[in-house]
Structures are given as C-alpha cells and as structure tokens.
Write a protein that binds this ligand. Structure first.
Ligand code: UDX
Length: 431
C-alpha cells in the first residue's frame, strides 16, 4: 500500500522518517518552522550529519514523492497519516516539555482530513496520546503512538531495518492502517495500548543507559582488582541473556535522548507514586563518570591540572554524528578547565572556523586537526570514538606534545603499540 503522509518537524527523527517513508513509496510532505531550513531541504541540502540521509532526501525529491513546506498546517491538507516529530526537550523539573507538541496540534487540528490518523513519534510522557486526542478535539481523527528507536549516526539504517515496530492504539483498525505503512520492512510488530507503547520507549532507553552505567561501574571494579573489562564483557556477552551490545565503557552516556529520557522516566514514576531508585542510581553513576574521567586526566598530568595544556580528541556525544547536545566530551572538558587546564579540542565533525556558532562550545578552543590540538600538550584525552583517531600518526602526536601521555576514555587505541612508542597510556578498566 502507498499513502499520503505528512511529517511535522524535520529534526533527526522527522527528517529521517519523511525520507524513508518516501523511499518506501509513500508521498510525503514534511513541515518545519524555520524558512531557511525548508528552502535548503527542498534543494536537497541536509543540515545534519547522518549517513545516507542526503541520498534518500534527494531520491525522494527527484521522484516527486518528498517535499518540504513551512508550517504544520500547510503539510496536512491531503494527508491520510500525520507524524508528529517535534522536539520534547527536558523541562525545568525533569519532565518533558510539550510546548512544541501542543503548538503543532493546535495548528493542524482544523486542517485535518476526516478519518486521518495522527501518529505520535515524539518521545512523550505516558498518557500523551490522550492529551493529543483532547487537544485535537476531533472525533473523526484517530491518535496512535508509534515510538521511534533510531540512533543518531545510523538513523537511515535503523529505520529501514528496525528490530521492531511498536504501535499503541485503542483502535485495532487504526493500528493496522499504520502497520500497513511499514509492511515492506517486514519487521516484527508489537501492537499494544498507547500507555504501554509510550512506556516501551522510555523503558528501552532507560535500560540501555543502565547497561552503559553498569559497564562503566564495572570498569572501575576491574581497575581496582586488576581485571580487564573487555575480557569480562566478552565472557559475559556469550550468555545470550546478557549479549554484547551497550557494554562498551566510555566517558558516560549523553546525546539528545538518554539524559532527558532517563530523567523523564524517574519523573513519570515519581508522579505515579513510585521512587525509581535504581534508575536514579544509573543517572548518578553517569554524572560521576565525567568527574572520574577528569580525575584520570589529572592523575596522568601528575596530580594537578593547574597550568597544564590538555588536548581533547572528540567533542560530539558519540562518533558518526555532529550532535553536541549533552555530550560527555564537553562535560569532561568543562571539568578539566575548572581544574585549571587549558583545553584545546579537535573533532572531525566540528568545523574549527564555525565552532563559535555552536552554543555548546561557548569558549572552547577548537583546533584544525588532531595534531594541532596536541601542540605543547601535557596530556591528550580521547573522548569520542571516531575511527580516524585509531589510525592517527602517533609519531606526529608525540612530536607535537610536551609529554607523551594519553588517557583513552573509549579504549579505542592500541595500548601496547603506544607504550612501545614511549607513551604513558591509560584506558578504562584495563591495565
Ligand atoms: C539512543 C537509542 O539507542 C535509540 O534507540 C533512541 O531512539 C534514541 O537514543 P542515540 O542517542 O543516537 O540513540 O545514541 P546511542 O548510540 O544509543 O548512544 C547513547 C550514548 O551511550 C552515547 O553517549 C554513547 O557513546 C554511549 N554508549 C553507548 C556507551 O558509552 N557505550 C555503549 O556501549 C553504547
């Protein structure tokens, strides 16, 4: 089946959703509120770094199945399905801020076709499907929850090869119509009630964050007892109940989802009268992790960072994305600076000329290449797992640095090779 679809919001989720639905044969109109963004997208220019997305957008534009318009109301006139993909940032009290969602709903309500299905893809508190229904005030329109599980950096791949598709609906026929949009993907379908679908999204992110906090805590134990966390994870992972995924130690989890969704889940539980102590612990471990990384760099610098120069490799919250939101790398850099270090950073996804434009980078000094970041440095700390760091010329690195010392918070580099080259090297949870 092919359908006429509107997508409201062209962030990571909305733009990828619009582009891959057009790829699946549907006719898609995407709306955004920023005029320049709409113009650029209509020219096939994708403003985010996301593998394969620009190709998919151009394919949709060329085929005439994908277009971009200004304002939500302009997108929905013909639509049989409307996806809400607007941001739901963290509010002051930890709960999700639904301002954008409410605004979008108000704008589309009078313009919707009868029998149209409004699909909520934004991550929203449990019960929001009802909130959208009430805000729409249209008895002839269905509201369905369809949470998105794509990861930044592999968004297109994740959409085209989903582990599962979750649809939350009170109305079985509406759920089946939505499922029809994705039939070509041949993915397992979970059709359930809206509160369960909404909870699945939070629970999945909270559980994945728990795995990462677990392995980060485990890495501390491994360091203390002389074990190697990579060997421990290998031995654990063959147990299929545990698996290998999301057990890579690092400087802490970040990005646009885990920090906001874990806090929102704690808040949702609290509002419902349950203290989600376990998840608060997971968040606390993560907050401590930034501090621990700064401690490691400080120890490597000889006990004090006062007056030192630190090179930081990586600024984005993970590799293969240009997203700086809630990046652990930036959290660690801030702590290093507070302790008296001058930090010079490099990231392959951050243009050093334009770095000042990113609010997250404020006054962080950004170098043109990894070697320039190392000039005169007392310690280099690797914070994001970009592949190119693995293949860097470490003779050049040693020549640029004042002292050959590396803290590798992603266990990315070849420790024995670096030690042979004369580096003082420390990773996470390994000797
Ligand atoms: C996440 C979920 O994976 C995705 O399903 C959901 O739709 C949105 O949130 P994303 O934010 O893109 O996706 O990042 P993800 O790849 O999950 O990584 C989150 C954080 O955990 C990153 O900071 C990453 O570096 C860290 N991480 C992940 C680790 O430190 N170790 C791991 O083993 C895995």
């Amino acid at each position: 089946m092919t359908a006429t679809v509107a997508v409201i919001g062209t962030g990571y989720v909305g733009l990828t959703t619009g582009a891959y639905l057009a790829h699946l044969g549907h006719t898609v109109v995407c709306a955004d509120v920023v005029p320049e963004k709409v113009e650029r997208l209509n020219r096939g220019e994708v403003p985010i770094l996301e593998a394969g997305l620009e190709e998919l957008v151009r394919e949709g534009l060329d085929a005439g199945r994908l277009s971009f318009v200004l304002g939500a109301a302009a997108a929905v006139g013909e639509a049989e399905f409307v996806f809400l993909c607007v941001p739901t940032p963290q509010g002051d009290d930890g709960s999700a801020d639904l301002t954008y969602l409410r605004r979008a709903v108000e704008q589309i309500a009078p313009a919707l076709q009868p029998e149209c299905i409004v699909i909520n893809k934004s991550t929203v508190p449990v019960g929001s499907t009802r909130v959208v229904e009430q805000a729409l005030g249209r008895d002839d329109v269905f509201v369905v929850s369809n949470p998105e599980f794509l990861r930044e950096g592999s968004a297109v791949h994740d959409c085209l090869h989903p582990d599962r598709i979750v649809i939350g609906s009170e109305d079985q026929a509406a759920a089946m119509r939505v499922a029809g949009l994705f039939e070509r993907l041949r993915a397992p379908l979970v059709i359930t009630d809206p509160p369960s679908a909404e909870t699945i999204k939070y629970a999945s992110n909270a559980f994945l964050a728990t795995k990462v906090s677990f392995v980060n805590a485990l890495a501390n134990v491994c360091e203390a007892v002389g074990a190697d966390v990579r060997e421990v994870v290998l031995g654990m992972g063959y147990d299929r109940r545990i698996g290998f995924e999301f057990l890579r130690p690092g400087p802490g989890w970040g990005g646009s989802c885990f920090p906001k969704d874990t806090r929102a889940m704690v808040r949702i539980a609290e509002d419902a009268g349950y203290d989600f102590d376990l998840l608060r612990g997971v968040i606390a471990v993560n907050d401590e992790q930034y501090e621990r990384m700064a401690d490691k760099v400080e120890r490597m610098a000889g006990g004090s960072l006062e007056g030192t120069v630190v090179a930081a490799w990586g600024l984005t919250f993970k590799a293969r994305t240009d997203d700086l939101r809630d990046s652990p790398a930036i959290e660690v850099i801030r702590r290093l600076r507070r302790r008296g270090a001058r930090v010079r950073a490099y990231d392959p996804a951050v243009d050093h000329h334009a770095a000042g434009d990113a609010p997250q980078l404020e006054d962080i000094e950004v170098a043109a290449d990894p070697y320039a970041a190392c000039a005169g440095a007392d310690v280099m700390v690797l914070l994001t797992e970009w592949d190119e760091f693995r293949w860097a010329d470490f003779e050049k690195v040693a020549a640029a640095m004042r002292r050959s010392r590396i803290v590798d918070t992603r266990n990315l580099l070849d420790a024995p090779a670096l030690r042979r080259q004369g580096f003082d090297y420390t990773g996470l949870g390994r000797r």
